[in-house]
Write a protein that binds this ligand. Structure first.
Ligand code: HSE
Length: 393
């Protein structure tokens, strides 16, 4: 098949934009060249020639010589407006804006169908790991049972520094920010929103179900204290923030929660900004994808791979949408959790189906028990900053 030359118009020149530029300039075989880069702050010092830059989005969106728009900005609303205008204007689009994509999956799908233009976003989920294309192309049957793993580099970096190097939470977070892994609002990482956006996208490609991020429970790692860390260590475990979606009695269940992970588990070895995704299907059983999940060049390499895929007219077919037995979202899943709190009355243990452990000291209390995800999601006591949970399965 003959490869075409692609003219790129890029939005954003932050960590990922610069990473893409670096990857692009070091990749000889790619038939793509940068025509224009649209940025917000023209006075900032940039490492490349100023003739590349514009602050006028029309110089890209209305330029007929630009065939691919690469959207790598931070502002969710502006990103959606850019991506939808580009598709309407007959341009193929590559984006790495997980939040924008997750919150607008249905509209973005409709726009692609209506304008017959592709939107690719491998860089939005687990950066360098080609997980979307694999879910889309390889697991195109009813045999896929679940997709789960670590899909946030910053929190995995923080947890690795705490468990492997005994560092404290805030210095590990500052380092993750310096290294360009964290979001500009790092609460999106540490409260588990960022991996939730990613699992909503993966869920669509795995099972063909549109799920809005607001429907999915997320709880992060910001409440982790020394007591929780020693609880994990005493049980031969580490802690990982896990995003999960899996089939459950003809429906699909999904969440992002911190888990106690035994040292023998594959995910326990995924360290620092690496991500790890386990795919479970009926006959192949478990498969494991691992790779850098954050950082400019790691994400830039996925964006470049999407650009390259466009040179052979690749597009997502969303094959699983409209399959014979569509899966609906359910919150009906029993979870075994560790719940740590400081005072009786701070939590409502009646919400648990059963308790298997109870501990009390003057400073800390915890229980281990079974609770339904739907209950946990609604529990008002979980809003109390003195309370923390970890899933134990
Ligand atoms: N803040 C994100 C992370 C960047 O830490 O995984 C990559 O999506």
């Amino acid at each position: 098949m003959e490869k075409k030359i692609i003219n790129l118009g890029i939005f954003g020149f932050g960590c990922v934009g610069q990473g893409l530029y670096e990857v692009l300039s070091k990749t000889k075989g790619i038939n793509a060249r940068v025509r224009k880069i649209c940025i917000k702050h023209p006075d900032k010092q940039r490492p490349i020639d100023s003739s590349y830059f514009t602050t006028d989005q029309h110089e890209i969106l209305d330029d007929p010589s630009i065939d691919v728009v690469v959207e790598l900005i931070n502002d969710t609303e502006a990103a959606f407006q850019i991506v939808s205008t580009a598709l309407r204007n007959g341009k193929a689009v590559v984006s790495a804006s997980k939040r924008m994509i997750a919150e607008n999956l249905r509209s973005l799908y409709d726009l692609q169908q209506l304008h017959r233009m592709p939107l690719l976003y491998e860089g939005a989920c687990c950066a360098s790991i080609p997980v979307i294309r694999n879910l889309e192309e390889y697991y195109d049957n009813d045999l896929l049972n679940g997709v789960e793993g670590i899909c946030n580099g910053s929190t995995n970096y923080i947890l690795s520094k705490i468990f492997e190097e005994h560092q404290d939470f805030s210095s590990a977070l500052s380092r993750a920010q310096e290294l360009g892994f964290a979001e500009s609002d790092p609460s999106l990482d540490i409260e588990g929103f960022d991996p939730k956006f990613k699992i909503c996208i993966l869920l669509l490609h795995a099972f063909g179900t549109f799920v809005k991020p607001a429907e999915v429970m997320n709880f992060g790692i910001s409440r982790l204290n020394d007591f929780d860390i020693s609880f994990a260590r005493q049980r031969g475990c580490t802690i990982k923030l896990i995003a999960k979606c899996r089939k459950q009695n003809g429906n699909v269940v999904t969440y992002v929660l911190p888990h106690l992970v035994p040292r023998s588990h594959l995910l326990s070895d995924v360290q620092n900004e690496y991500n790890g995704i386990l795919v479970e299907s009926t006959f192949a059983e478990n498969q494991f994808f691992v790779g850098k999940g954050a950082g400019g060049t790691a994400t830039g390499s996925a964006v470049l791979s999407d650009i390259s895929a466009l040179t052979y007219n690749y597009r997502y077919e969303y094959k699983k949408i409209g399959q014979s037995n569509p899966l609906s979202l359910t919150q009906n899943l029993q979870l075994k959790i560790y719940l740590r709190y400081t005072e009786a009355g701070q939590v409502d243990l009646e919400d648990f189906d059963s308790l298997s452990e109870k501990y009390e000291s003057s400073e800390n209390r915890y229980v281990v028990g079974l609770i339904n995800l739907s209950r946990l999601r609604e529990a008002s006591w979980l809003k109390n900053p003195g309370v923390n949970i970890l899933v134990m399965d």
